[in-house]
Design a protein around this ligand. Structure first.
Ligand SMILES: *Cc1c(COP(=O)(O)O)cnc(C)c1O
Length: 420
């Protein structure tokens, strides 16, 4: 008789309240029973520290190479695997030159994920967890990219999905959700209205067997963003950049990159170093950046406007933690208006060949603003996160994007247009 195949166990060992520190067993719970604070995944730090560079490097070319640092997916057959992750880390010398960088500047281009945004990372983890927790249907409240990703991942494993979005979403994001065939519900209201409805629905009997990726499965969902930190470290040759700039909607992603960096140092996978965290929002929805500027610990909710719809969360759940990550590292936050966002999209495209959606425009424009104001140091190696694909938000810049000339197929035509 051979021994049963040993499946590595999860390094996650509890749900921990981010507010009061209370610990709960792992499961489909997202708020603390003691203080109603948000829960996050806690790990056995010794288990995390056992993960080696060789373990990671021998894994698949996707986020699942970091399974030893994630709460689910240690057993490869349990993974909902769309090939997400290991997106390009692009050396952006021409952008750096324009902005006055003397140190390397990198763009982590997450538009290269299967549904063209960073959300494939969080959804891969959330839907894997949802299936393990016994949910039979998957759902989400979305500003657009999450909708695309949830519908696609559900289709891949044949799980029913129900996705809720503000009805005024960009047409490309509606199409890119509907095509996968799940249920898509447009809500007459803002994302914050959509989110409130989903929180209510998650408590109903009818939705008892439905996992809302960013409501009752949120602690798992959020961990997917850590892979944005792990990948950058590995792609830099197992070391950390001195600064990074990330866009903020709820603020979750920014905090999890910081968490990933801390884990890598604690586990000895990268040398000890210090880094500063920078957060980007659009002026049409800047509750976290405003709190930073005002010195508040908790953002005040706003009513979102503006073209960066994927970041339009007026009441950001992770705002206080994003503020903490930025302040504790000596970083900064800023916001930019719609014209600056369009300029950011064009600047990135024209210097790196990367076409970002509006959220990427926000991040690049904020990078430029923070360098100009002296808050971000261009002599320190920096990574800027592009989280989505420009084809999702073409309307935002289509005004200035036309052919240079439209001419007959003749030399005369070329001459008359001044091109010959
Ligand atoms: C969701 C999203 C983010 C960040 O979301 P958080 O809620 O802050 O984690 C960033 N960029 C894009 C394009 C997104 O869709």
């Amino acid at each position: 008789m051979t021994a049963a195949l040993q499946i590595p166990t999860s390094p996650a060992d509890a749900l921990v309240c981010r507010n009061c520190g209370a610990r709960f067993p792992l499961g489909a719970q997202h708020a603390c029973f003691e203080c109603f604070g948000p829960l996050e995944i806690g790990y056995d730090t010794e288990a995390l520290a056992r993960v080696t560079r060789a373990d990671v490097e021998s894994g698949p070319h996707s986020i699942w190479r970091y399974a030893g640092l994630l709460p689910v997916g240690q057993d490869a057959s349990s993974r909902v695997d769309s090939g997400t992750g290991m997106t390009p880390l692009i050396r952006a010398d021409r952008l750096g030159e324009q902005l006055g960088f003397t140190a390397p500047l990198w763009v982590k281009d997450d538009s290269a994920n299967p549904t063209h945004s960073f959300k494939d990372r969080v959804v891969s983890i959330a839907i894997t967890a949802a299936r393990e927790l016994g949910f039979e249907r998957i759902a989400c409240a979305s500003t657009g990219n999450l909708a695309n990703s949830v519908a696609a991942h559900a289709a891949r494993i044949g799980m029913p999905s129900i996705v809720f979005v503000p009805a005024d979403l960009e047409p490309a994001k509606i199409v890119q959700t509907a095509v996968y065939g799940g249920t898509l519900v447009g809500i007459q209201g803002s994302y914050d209205d959509v989110n409130r409805l989903c929180s209510e629905l998650a408590e109903t009997d009818e939705f008892e067997r439905t996992g809302f990726v960013n409501v009752n499965v949120r602690p798992y969902y959020a961990e997917g963003s850590k892979t944005l930190g792990y990948e950058v470290a590995e792609q830099l040759g197992w070391r950390l950049p001195g600064q990074y700039v990330a866009p903020m909607a709820s603020g979750s992603m920014l905090t999890k990159i910081h968490k990933a960096f801390k884990e890598l140092v604690a586990g000895g996978l990268v040398p000890q170093s210090s880094w500063r965290v920078f957060g980007a929002q659009s002026a049409g929805c800047a509750p976290i950046a405003t709190a930073f500027a005002q010195g508040w610990d908790v953002p005040q909710p706003v009513k979102p406007t503006g073209i960066a719809k994927s970041l339009n969360i007026g009441n950001p759940a992770d705002g206080p933690y994003a503020l903490d990550a930025v302040r504790s590292t000596g970083g900064a936050m800023a916001s930019v208006d719609d014209d600056e966002i369009r300029e950011g999209i064009r600047l990135l495209a024209r210097t790196t060949g990367v076409f970002a959606e509006t959220a990427g425009g926000v991040t690049v424009a904020v990078l430029r603003k923070l360098v100009r104001s002296g808050q971000l140091d261009p002599s320190v190696e920096t990574v800027v996160y592009n989280t989505g694909d420009g084809l999702k938000t073409v309307d935002a810049i289509s005004d200035g994007a036309r052919p240079t000339a439209v001419i007959p197929a003749t030399l005369k035509g070329m001459r008359e247009a001044g091109l010959l």
